[in-house]
Design a protein. Structure first.
Length: 846
């Protein structure tokens, strides 16, 4: 690792490496037959210590021919394509093949099929992401392989899942973002929707699949039973929408994301005539700004304005304003609108003359909700990442380091992505057997986490998403809140009824199947209850500002004294250690600091932040994988541990090919609108309907020819002469113009359906009001009806993955604050009614 200060887990991991301690998935064998769509699944398992054997066809797997490349393609040296070309130049493979082993087997050959079947008998997990049904046709599907290995965990990652009317339809990263509704939410209102600046949608599904198969491993440790996991990338995208699907439950769309989309400015109007900045220029780049979001927003903006005033950046009369409550003053009419507007303009003008580094220094120091927009070179020099030893030297290159710091089973990178067939000798290593159950009397289970007990002290987005998955898969999750500091999640729209903490759909959706407990652990009696809960629990999850848990008596060292086997997961924006560990922020800040905002947007405009709490959608999937691996390790050893998740560090793994590209070629990925080296055409085209679009991308010659068959103007440009993507990229504008003219005459859904049926990846960027009518989501039963104590029955998100033996069974919508306090204290924690009354009288149960 890059050198840097050692503290906390960093020091522990160094010592454990010296002692040769094990990794969480030691002894687990994985056979990886995935395409690029599912490549990240095996990478996560390899990071956690599994032996991941990449089964490659002669010539190499698809990931070896995915861009970017260490040598820039040109007329003299076109991009390599299977089965020809150099399979060792793909930086995508170098990123997602890290830690794996490579074996070449021709599965059309009888001899190699038998070798493969011999490996299947030794495996714990198999990953594939072929077209649904293809593995069955080849005799390699779950039903066939289960006969060879009854405890095999077989993971299928596919665009839409294994079943449903769209299961066999072609898809790409762009069209999958459209199919899950995320594409509709990003971009400027006066232009078509924009994707995030590099392919990332597939990782949402494939990293979730990694977490899910490790959860299934937890179940297998108790049952001795294998199963099939069917992961849908489309469903994983819907899971990334925070509150959008709540509007679907109300039969409406978020304001500005429907027919009035063109009028949306991207700024927030707090009162008529005053909009707040979100993304602004600074001296050497751009910054993202949140000025209004509860007490944090008010505190940060007040501190910022006071500091700017001290530096001489505000007019004298503006320095007299109490900026802590300026919004309220405006609404009450006690602050003149002209002064507020002038204050915002001087705020922006002052920051415009500061560098990103200067702004970041003050933001950390004074808890401003402001963050610089970092690009690849900035990431490699980022002091917080360096201090945490994040950058790892792998074969002479800097790669992102651990997505999670595990105190007992540290992630290590000692195996670069293998050369083709580098580990061929493994085809003979067939004398091992899959790991068996960890219990003496295995028994079938109806849910994965039956009996698992979780104390959930998290709030807002990332933490609740982690524990929601545990709860829906059978864990008993105690959702701890307090009336004295209500979770910001409860103030997010939409509301079913009047706005309030009991009517928010978002909080109810993201806290499904949990029990609500109200505890004020700033009071001694409340802290005692929290400690009792820790004694009861197997897992504790929290995402306070670093240092808070320790200060109030809920730090890991304290909890380990109460429960030596506890697994504690910390998740926050920047991690528990390092000089910027206490940097306050939300997902929009994480996207900026993590390098995503700087690559998203139109080249002739400022960058565009990916929609919503972006890193809060990515990191929970990695956190679930780390937590499930830690549970597996505890099953084998009896040892708990501490897990430190930086949401930004986890998300940066999506950018690994871009980071390697910068080191290999010097290229800095910048915002490029719809342009992509992965496909051409690659765009979002306006149809004849109001603010309706079709996302279309072709990568292969077959897809291109199918598109030409439907759009004569494209055939007229050259047809088969443009079969190769590199050739099409040179004529991108002509192709886009022809396709735009065609799309302008189409009805969106009919046009997209015609394209898909012809073999062209295409999808309408779904709005919230389209979700329940989407034939694929409906066929998969994605949305579920649940009861909420505050507003009754409503529709909520279901699960990404369908488990064949242990399906998820959400039991209820998220609880009200303290909804189950009495029954939890009495029935789970063992308090008598008199004891509960005494604790309540002390004011500790609010």
């Amino acid at each position: 690792m890059t050198s840097g200060p050692e503290s906390g887990i960093d020091r522990q991991n160094t010592q454990r490496r010296r002692l040769g301690m094990s990794r969480a998935l030691d002894g687990i064998r994985v056979l990886d037959l995935s395409t690029p769509l599912g490549e990240a699944t095996g990478r996560v398992l390899a990071d956690l210590g599994a032996e991941v054997i990449k089964i490659e066809p002669p010539g190499g797997c698809g990931a070896r021919f995915a861009p970017p490349f260490s040598t820039t393609p040109s007329a003299d040296r076109p991009r390599p394509e299977a089965p020809h070309g150099d399979p060792e130049t793909s930086l995508f493979w170098r990123a997602f093949g890290l830690g794996k082993r490579s074996v070449v087997l021709d599965l059309e050959s009888d001899v190699d099929r038998e070798r493969f079947f011999a490996l299947v008998r030794t495996a714990d997990i198999l990953i594939e992401s072929s077209v649904p049904g293809e593995m069955d046709e080849k005799g390699l599907g779950y039903e066939a392989l289960e006969k060879l290995n009854p405890i095999l965990l077989y993971v299928s990652v596919s665009p839409f899942g294994q079943t449903g009317p769209h299961a066999l339809h072609p898809a790409t990263d762009l069209t999958l973002s459209a199919s899950g509704g995320y594409l509709n939410m990003t971009g400027d209102g006066d232009r078509p929707p924009l994707p995030v600046g590099l392919p990332e949608t597939a990782h949402l599904g494939s990293v979730q699949a990694a977490a899910d198969v490790l959860m299934a491993l937890y179940s297998r440790n108790r049952s001795g039973e294998g199963q099939h996991l069917d992961a849908s990338v489309q469903a994983a995208v819907v899971w990334s929408l925070m509150y959008v699907s709540g509007f679907a439950a109300l039969g409406t769309d978020p304001p500005g994301f429907e027919d009035s989309r063109a009028t949306r400015t991207g700024s927030m109007e707090v009162v008529p005539g005053l909009t707040l900045p979100i993304l602004e220029p600074c001296k050497d780049g751009h910054i993202v700004i949140v000025l209004v979001l509860g007490a944090q927003g008010a505190f940060g903006f007040n501190a910022c304005m006071n500091w700017i005033g001290e530096q001489g950046g505000l007019d004298a009369d503006l320095m007299e304003i109490e900026w802590m409550t300026w919004i309220q003053q405006l609404q009450e009419g006690t602050l003149e609108l002209e002064k507020a507007i002038r204050g915002i303009e001087q705020f922006k003008a002052f920051l415009k003359e500061m560098t990103k580094a200067e702004i970041q220094e003050q933001a950390v120091l004074q808890k401003w909700l402001i963050a610089p927009v970092l690009v690849t070179p900035d990431l490699l020099k980022d002091q917080q990442l360096i201090a945490r030893g994040f950058w790892t030297n792998v074969d002479g290159e800097k790669q992102p380091g651990p997505f999670a710091l595990l105190s007992e089973t540290p992630i290590e990178y000692d195996r670069p992505a293998p050369r083709l067939g580098q580990d061929q000798a493994l085809v003979e290593s067939t004398d091992r057997r899959p790991l068996g159950p960890t219990v003496s009397a295995p028994s079938s289970r109806t849910q994965i986490f039956e009996g698992l007990k979780v104390a959930d002290f998290s709030w807002i987005a990332a933490g609740p998403l982690i524990t929601k998955d545990l709860a829906n898969l059978g864990a008993t999750v105690l959702r701890v809140e307090t009336e004295s500091r209500v979770d910001t999640l409860r103030f997010l729209p939409p509301w079913i009824g009047d706005p309030g903490t009991t009517t928010g759909h978002t909080a109810a959706n993201m806290n499904q199947s949990k029990l609500g407990v109200a505890i004020d652990f700033t009071k001694p009696e409340g802290l005692a209850v929290a400690h009792k809960m820790v004694e009861w629990a197997d897992v504790v999850v929290e995402n306070f500002t670093p240092g808070t848990a320790e200060r109030v008596g809920l730090g890991y060292e304290e909890l380990r004294k109460i429960n030596p086997d506890i697994i504690m997961l910390y998740t926050c924006m920047r991690g528990q250690t390092g000089p910027e560990r206490k940097h306050t922020g939300f997902g929009i800040h994480g996207a900026a600091l993590g390098g995503f905002t700087g690559i998203t947007g139109w080249p002739d405009r400022m960058p565009t932040s990916p929609w919503g709490a972006y890193t809060d959608f990515i990191s929970p999937r990695y956190a679930l994988a780390a937590l499930s691996a830690a549970l597996h390790h505890r099953d084998r050893t009896g040892v708990g541990q501490l897990i430190d998740i930086s949401q930004i560090e986890a998300a940066i793994h999506y950018l690994t090919p871009t980071i390697l590209d910068y080191q290999a070629t010097g290229r800095v990925l910048e915002q490029s609108g719809h342009d992509s080296e992965w496909g051409c055409p690659h765009g979002v085209y306006r149809t004849r309907e109001t603010e309706r679009f079709i996302a279309i991308e072709t990568r292969t010659s077959e897809e291109w020819r199918a598109l030409c068959g439907l759009v004569p103007a494209l055939a007229a440009l050259g047809g088969t002469e443009l079969d190769q993507i590199d050739t099409r990229l040179t004529r991108r504008k002509e192709i886009d113009d022809a396709l735009s003219a065609w799309a302008a005459e189409q009805a969106c859904f009919e046009g997209a359906d015609r394209l898909r049926k012809a073999g062209v990846p295409a999808y309408v960027p779904l709005r919230a009001t389209d979700f329940h009518a989407d034939a694929q989501l409906d066929a998969r039963g994605f949305f579920v009806e649940l009861e909420h104590a505050g507003f009754g029955k409503s529709i909520f998100d279901g699960q990404v993955t369908i488990f064949s033996r242990t399906p998820a069974r959400p039991t209820r919508a998220g609880p009200l604050i303290g909804e189950h306090t009495f029954e939890v204290l009495k029935e789970l924690l063992g308090y008598s009614e008199d004891e509960i009354s005494e604790i309540a009288a002390a004011g500790a149960l609010t």
